[in-house]
Design a protein around this ligand. Structure first.
Ligand code: ATP
Ligand code: MG
Length: 451
């Protein structure tokens, strides 16, 4: 009886995250060899100096799932200055909350001091605005508090690479085994504190093939509007993570299912409402997923060029219909679309130059005679622009024949290229000649002269 009572009290305390469960290597299954050399060395050095040090966050989650972590983060009770003093190649970064970057060879490990301050702790340092959004969370805390401020149970695991034990405050290991994504604490409060957690939930569930816990999923639709107050640069970073997750198609599908695409991401909103746009964007996303799946790189400029193309193409058509020539009309369309979208999405300049170039080159693929096609092959952005052209063909926007011609043209030798150009130039030249021969009065009045 007494033991039963104790058991109850103990499990309650545990559930509230005060006392961690220790999970051994046999149960969590992390192979120590898969911890990066730099993360290992960082933890060992900190521990040898008498500090607590763990690999934390996404890396522990991904290792238990059998995936290769993107990067390694370490959490410790040492203050940034203490960490800095232990590693020759390290530097303190960040003003609001200071972190230390420890460098070993080409690798960098981010070391953060345990952070505290969940609103519910009432520690006064963590201030929320009227909608519950956290404005300040820059306080050091205990290991327990550091676990509690994290978003999902599976992201709140602390792995000690020396003892090979995982400290689990919120039943994260069990959730991982059940492939369940569960918010720590009250989901609605946590989404109000930081609305980006809604996007993180969708991305993590889609990219790691997890099922959202019903209570974690439920508030998302109703709170989607809170994302409008998130600074555009943060929204952009999150969008980029989502689109480059290797599961962009699934992420977008789930964003829609959770009512998150509507009115939230200006880009997806417009594009997914129009069927032609949707087809093009989904094709671009699945091509991106496929490339990432084979370990090939994807340029963010290409991706955003694809996402905004349906709008550029539509504007281009409209402007051309007013009588402007195709090339200036395309540039005008590009200016119009970027003026609106760049402000809302804060697309960084380094990506926008790539996007403009890929778009501007599309017009040049229409010219398949003379010396220009060979010149285009040497353009720095030819490859990206050509891949983009193939997407346009695949989506039905352009005749497949255009893409096929450019594929053959690249593979052809000099003689074959000349033949292709002549063949293509033939009918056009013939048309021009016959037009010249016609008496002026016979020319159709409605056709504007191209010369
Ligand atoms: P990935 O690196 O694949 O994007 P991640 O979970 O590692 O996923 P990071 O942005 O690297 O994401 O964050 C590292 C850790 O910090 C997370 O695992 C989580 O514990 C915590 N974290 C990140 N963002 C938030 C947030 N908005 N609210 C609470 N905790 C967060
Ligand atoms: Mg990470």
């Amino acid at each position: 009886m007494i033991r039963k009572l104790f058991g109850k009290v103990f499990s309650k305390t545990r559930a509230r995250g005060h006392r961690p469960v220790t999970v051994s290597a046999a149960d969590h299954g992390i192979d120590r060899e898969r911890i990066s050399r730099c993360a290992m060395k960082t933890c060992e050095t900190l521990q040898a100096a008498g500090h607590d040090a763990y690999v934390v966050g996404g890396a522990v989650r991904d290792l238990i799932l059998g995936r290769k972590p993107k990067d390694f983060d370490v959490a410790t009770d040492a203050r940034p200055e203490q960490v800095r003093a232990l590693f020759r190649r390290s530097r303190i970064i960040g003003r609001r909350f200071r972190l230390v970057h420890v460098m070993c060879g080409a690798e960098t490990v981010e070391v953060s001091t345990f952070r505290g301050g969940a609103v519910v702790d009432g520690d006064g340092e963590r201030i929320a605005d009227a909608s519950g959004r956290i404005l300040r969370d820059n306080v050091f805390g205990s290991r327990e508090q550091d676990a509690a401020r994290r978003d999902f149970t599976i992201n709140a695991l602390f792995y000690d690479p020396v003892t090979q034990q995982v400290l689990d405050y919120h039943n994260g290991v069990a959730d991982l085994k059940k492939r369940r994504l569960k918010m720590i604490g009250d989901p609605e409060t946590r989404y109000r504190e930081d609305p980006v957690r809604m996007l993180r939930a969708v991305r993590l569930a889609a990219s790691r093939d997890l099922e959202m816990d019903p209570a974690t999923r439920k508030p998302i639709g109703e709170l989607a509007h809170l994302l409008q107050d998130v600074p555009p640069s943060r929204l952009f970073d999150e969008m980029l993570k989502l689109l480059l997750s290797g599961h962009a198609v699934e992420c977008v599908r789930r964003l829609r299912r959770n009512g998150l695409h509507h009115g939230l991401l200006p880009l997806l909103d417009v594009v997914l409402e129009n069927p032609a746009g949707e087809r093009f964007v989904m094709l671009a996303l699945s091509a991106t997923d496929e490339r990432l799946g084979c370990g090939k790189p994807v340029a963010p400029g290409f991706l955003f060029a694809a996402l905004l193309w349906p709008q550029v193409a539509e504007a281009w058509k409209k402007i051309e219909a007013t009588g402007m020539k195709p090339v200036p009309a395309l540039h005008e369309a590009i200016d119009q679309v970027t003026a609106v979208q760049f402000e809302k999405l804060a697309i960084p300049r380094r990506f926008s130059a790539d996007m403009r170039e890929i778009w501007a080159l599309q017009q040049r693929f229409m010219n398949r005679s003379g010396r220009r096609p060979s010149g285009l092959l040497h353009h720095l952005r030819f490859r990206a622009a050509y891949d983009f052209l193939l997407l346009r063909c695949k989506s039905g926007e352009l005749e497949a024949e255009v893409g096929e011609w450019w594929t053959r043209f690249q593979q052809a030798d000099e003689t074959q290229r000349n033949a292709m150009l002549m063949r293509d130039a033939g009918p056009a030249k013939r048309r021009r000649r016959s037009r010249r021969r016609k008496p002026a009065a016979e020319a159709p009045a409605a056709v504007p002269s191209a010369h």
